[in-house]
Ligand binder design. Structure first.
Ligand code: FAD
Ligand SMILES: CC(C)=CCC/C(C)=C/CC/C(C)=C/CSC[C@H](N)C(=O)O
Length: 477
């Protein structure tokens, strides 16, 4: 029989990780537990929008894969709508010319790819499909309430030693061993890593494969903004949003109303200039702890809570309403340029990772047609763009707005992922980002940590770190 549920749970962070964990904690522990979600900025976290002339555009997490089943389920259960994001033609620029340009004709693209790279594109598609096939196992494990006490054990359960190997090799090493050519890696793979994770093929091979799936077609987004999933989950979970910044967490002993002494966590948080504190049975940290990003101090833990020293990447999203200077990329007349996404190779020496025409979060039909040759373009760059750099990219522009991020871990395989269990009933979701950082991975972490907290609270050790789950569930169903 499950023991009486906890009285109070605290979640630090109202991004997709924190809000999905609130949603699943409510489902598991029931209606009586009090769930407080602390958020120091906007609900949504790295799911955020920027306004350009009255219209909202994704500035953080923008695309979702059709096989991201948690995001798909959230949109359905929250009564939200999805809009397609793929579309437009892509080119790869190497600093001198466009080494590859998509055609609107599929057969032309195939001929171009086979002519330049043989059948490597087809082999890459199969490599990614194999990863995705194994990846789908996590949904079956979680639908049967199985949980994992570390990212490595979760990865092992999904893809066996192959997945652990992907974590511990660079994408380049893995693909070189698989026989892919340097030209294919430099001209096709590296630009996709740069746009998706701000790094090249030195990234770990698992996040590299995840990044390749983000180059698939049929990607989608939430109409009105992906951050609506977070606000929706927060409401659906019946949690209390506390707009404040958590500054410390410490284990304390308190006497409950029953008269029994209980170990609880004191969460100290600031709202404006005021400092408050409250006590919780369970705490989930759903925000990166790296390099003091969260500003949380763990007080008087013995042994002390592990250090989180790996850096996150600086990345700047800039939205510019302007007319592209297409002569920078091609000698064709500007009205025949035709590309809506430009990726760059490592040796392009260009100060951006990517440039693409974007649609607002309400545009169901894709980007609005150009007005006076002007579109809204999104660039990703490591540093804030100077006016001179923007003027190099655009013949003219009406408006520019930017959002700097500490976006993703800097990946440096072999990849050690931070722990999920920091202390008895103190959990950490964002270690999963060191496998791969995306909305669906944080949603998976939210579900896994909710299940882990529930099973550990109720002593259901048999539901944690089960071996051979794939075989077990294959025969059971
Ligand atoms: C530019 C960019 C583009 C991206 N594109 C995509 C994409 O297309 N598709 C995709 O799937 N993923 C994408 N991602 C990644 C995806 O957005 C993230 O992996 C995901 O949103 C992380 O969610 P999270 O809840 O784990 O963390 P976060 O969203 O970072 O949420 C953590 C929250 O905790 C809060 N917080 C931190 N410390 C404290 C504290 N001490 N007290 C209170 N609150 C605190 C923060 O304010 C934040 O709101 C992108 C990310 C960036 C930056
Ligand atoms: C977890 C699995 C199996 C799939 C997720 C695929 C996916 C959507 C990954 C997101 C990768 C990412 C962080 C992209 C950032 S940039 C997105 C887009 N290219 C843009 O330019 O906005």
């Amino acid at each position: 029989e499950p023991r009486a549920p906890p009285d109070r749970i605290a979640i630090v962070g109202a991004g997709i990780g924190g809000t999905s964990s609130a949603y699943y904690l409510r489902k598991k522990f029931g209606k009586d537990v009090k769930i407080d979600v602390f958020e120091r900025e906007e609900v949504g976290g790295r799911l955020a929008t920027l306004k350009v002339q009255g219209h909202d555009y994704e500035a953080g997490g923008s695309v979702i894969h059709p096989l991201n089943l948690h995001m798909k389920r959230f949109v359905k259960e929250l009564g939200l709508s999805s809009i397609p994001t793929s579309g437009g033609l892509m080119g790869v620029y190497n600093g001198k010319s466009l080494v590859f340009e998509e055609s609107s004709w599929f057969i032309i693209n195939m001929i171009k790819l086979v002519w330049r790279y043989g059948f490597q594109s087809l082999r890459m598609h199969m490599w990614v499909e194999d990863l995705l096939d194994k990846f789908m196992r996590i949904y079956r494990y979680q639908s049967h309430d199985y949980a994992f006490s570390s990212v490595e054990k979760l990865m092992l359960a999904i893809g066996g030693e192959d997945y652990i190997r992907l974590l511990n090799q660079t994408l380049r090493e893995n693909l070189q061993k698989a026989g892919f050519s340097e030209a294919f890696l430099d001209e096709m793979i590296a630009p996709i890593m740069r746009v998706n994770f701000g790094q090249s093929t030195d990234i770990n091979a698992f996040v590299g494969a995840v990044s390749m799936t983000a180059a698939d077609s049929n990607l989608w987004a939430v109409e009105g903004g992906n951050k609506l999933v977070c606000s929706g989950l927060l409401q659906a979970s019946g949690s209390n949003l506390i707009s404040g910044s958590v500054v410390s967490i410490e284990e304390k002993t308190r006497t409950k109303q029953t008269g029994n002494p209980m170990k609880v966590y004191e969460v100290v948080y600031k709202t404006g200039s005021e400092t408050h504190s409250d006590f919780y049975d369970i705490v989930l940290v759903a925000a990166p702890l790296n390099r003091k990003m969260s500003g949380i101090t763990f007080l008087n833990f013995d042994p002390p809570i592990e250090e989180f020293n790996d850096p996150y990447q600086h990345l700047v999203t800039t939205l510019i309403k302007g007319e592209l200077n297409s002569t920078l990329f091609s000698s064709r007349p500007k009205d025949q340029f035709g590309l809506s996404t430009i990726l760059v190779t490592d040796d392009s020496d260009l100060f951006i990772n990517s440039l693409s025409i974007v649609a607002s979060v309400r545009d169901k039909e894709g980007p609005a047609p150009a007005v006076d040759g002007m579109h809204v373009w999104k660039t990703f760059s490591r540093d804030i763009l100077t006016k001179e750099q923007i003027s190099k990219l655009f013949l003219s522009y009406e408006y520019a707005v930017r959002k700097p991020w500490l976006s993703y871990p800097h990946y440096e395989p072999p990849q050690k992922c931070p722990s999920i269990i920091l202390h008895d009933r103190l959990y950490y979701l964002n270690g999963i980002e060191f496998a791969a950082s995306c909305m669906e991975m944080s949603a998976i972490a939210g579900y896994n940590t909710a299940l882990l907290a529930y099973h550990r609270w109720n002593g259901n050790e048999g539901m944690i770190d089960q071996d051979d789950l794939y075989e077990k569930l294959k025969t059971e169903l």
